[in-house]
Design a protein around this ligand. Structure first.
Ligand code: SF4
Ligand code: SF4
Length: 503
């Protein structure tokens, strides 16, 4: 019920703070609350096959997340996204802004994987690997260890503040904050060498951006996993909203077998439910108690369901205690339930043309990317014409063009390079001290002067005015080489450009 407070009609004569009346406004039939008032959910702990998978994935993802920045490779951090230097280090590879194609491929592979796994088995990502699920799982584990099981937590919630409640709540929030801070610190450790970052934190010498991102990421983790929890999945996550378009009647989803379970009702273990006209659901409500989003799967597929399978584990335990077959709640498809399909037929439909097409495209993209990375040349060359000087006469009968050339050594060791040009008779590089040396993972930008004689002689025709295609070749040579003594693992790049002869 909404309450509106108004001043008396003769407010002009009423002193400020004078009598006021409260007009109760009854909601009309059309009036709907915009936001549902949140009911705190205290999920019951659950054990079982799917819970073990979830715990395994929590460990796997967190070992990778917290451990990766501490790995070393060739004397540097193995995984480092050095935004300031605009270089990404991924184990043996050094990626530059020019390699942005790999980022695009990574995003496409991520999107395709999401389409594939959602089309096959619904919200697998949400239920097992999404950071929101993983950190909520970690935070709930801490909560259980400190405040006790569901019943103890519900009692604590309802109890007035006391020294014990204060101590338990303080310990819980301190542990949450510690995990959240370590998570924020690790996140920034992917962008700033993590050991240097640790030293900067210890000596209070953090830069403003590092401090901001550590605090921001820590606060986000603490808020989302500690306080908001299922609200993030229900109201904030866009994936929850559009995933339904990726489902069809052959998508595996967690479903309550209504035909088997209904009519539901309590009974003793010794009672034959068929004789009593009952289904297999004993209406114990445990599937609701374990649900992290607080929904009742028996009402059908709901967008709040994150596919964590906690209700499957819980119900299977109840079925086991009652001596019934497991699977009253299980992964199945709408078609399988409607048509009572056997397992083989169900799996044949799960592997349908749509999912096979996703899988093939995904495999092709992953294969092509792996091949491209394996055969990647650790040298990049960019050539652009100097805009200041198009073409000029460098001497009698000699035309000179100037270029700006950037050579990037993306290898993990220093290399020496020579630069050559071809495509016109007598075309040569001038004024460049060769070979040029580049440190590991470094780039050099310099002016490149090319000269060509207007009359090359030896029976060759004179250079015609206009634009001529040429090729600039950069190749690695052995250290200390006087001429073009190739390295044992020689690399080279050829770049196309033009040479202009004025009229
Ligand atoms: S856990 Fe199983 S038996 Fe208990 S209420 Fe849920 S569906 Fe019914
Ligand atoms: S309904 Fe079952 S699978 Fe869905 S969120 Fe709740 S417990 Fe997890």
């Amino acid at each position: 019920m909404t309450r509106v407070v108004e001043h008396e009609p003769n407010a002009a004569s009423t002193p400020r703070g004078g009598p006021r009346r409260v007009i109760p406004i009854q909601p009309t039939a059309d009036e709907v609350a915009l936001y549902e008032i949140r009911k705190k959910i205290q999920p019951r702990a659950v054990h079982g096959w799917f819970a073990r998978w979830r715990v395994a994935l929590v460990f796997a993802t967190q070992i990778v997340y917290y451990g990766l920045p501490w790995l070393s490779w060739n004397g540097r951090q193995a995984v480092l996204f050095d935004l300031a230097a605009r270089k990404f280090y991924l184990f043996g590879g050094v990626f530059w802004p020019q390699d942005v194609i790999y980022l695009a491929v990574l995003l496409i592979v991520g999107a395709l994987s999401l389409f594939l796994f959602t089309a096959v088995a619904g919200r697998l990502w949400c239920g097992y690997a999404c950071p929101q699920t993983v950190y909520t799982e970690i935070f709930m584990w801490i909560e259980r260890k400190i405040e006790g099981d569901r019943v103890a937590r519900l009692r604590l919630d309802g109890a007035p503040m006391s020294p014990r409640k204060f101590a338990l709540r303080s310990a819980k929030h301190a542990a949450w904050l510690a995990v959240a801070s370590w998570t924020g610190y690790t996140f920034v450790g992917y962008f700033t060498p993590i050991r240097d970052l640790g030293h900067a934190v210890a000596t209070l010498a953090l830069g403003p951006w590092e401090a901001f991102w550590i605090l921001f990421y820590s606060a986000t983790t603490y808020g989302n996993a500690g306080w908001l929890r299922e609200q993030v999945c229900k109201y904030m996550c866009p994936y929850a909203r559009f995933q339904s378009v990726m489902f069809d009647k052959d998508t595996l989803v967690i479903t309550y077998d209504r035909a088997r379970g209904e009519p539901r009702g309590g009974r003793a273990k010794s009672v034959d439910p068929r004789a009593k006209g009952l289904g297999d659901c004993v209406d114990c409500g445990i599937c609701v108690q374990v649900c992290p989003t607080g929904i009742d799967i028996r009402k059908g597929l709901q967008h709040e369901c994150i596919g964590c399978a906690a209700c499957i584990d819980a119900c299977d335990q109840v079925m086991d205690r009652m001596g019934y077959a497991p699977g009253l709640i299980r992964y199945t498809t709408e078609n399988a339930l409607e048509r009572q399909l056997p397992d083989r037929a169900r799996w044949r439909r799960v592997l349908r043309p749509r999912t096979l097409a996703y899988a093939l495209v995904l495999l092709a993209m992953v294969g092509a990317t792996a091949w491209s990375l394996a055969t990647r040349v650790p040298l990049r060359v960019d050539v652009i014409r100097d805009r200041g000087t198009l073409a000029r006469e460098a001497g009698p009968g000699v035309i000179e063009n100037v270029y700006r050339i950037q050579v990037m050594n993306t290898d993990e060791r220093p290399r020496h390079y020579t630069v050559e040009a071809s495509g016109l008779p007598g075309l040569r590089v001038v004024g460049l001290d060769q070979p040029i040396e580049l440190e590991a993972a470094s780039a050099r930008l310099f002016a490149l002067r090319l000269q060509a004689p207007l009359e090359p002689g030896e029976g060759k025709p004179p250079l015609a005015p206009g634009s001529h295609k040429i090729e600039i070749e950069v190749g690695s040579v052995a250290a200390g080489a006087k001429g073009k003594e190739l390295e044992h693992d020689h690399v080279e790049r050829h770049e196309q450009s033009t040479f202009i002869v004025p009229r």
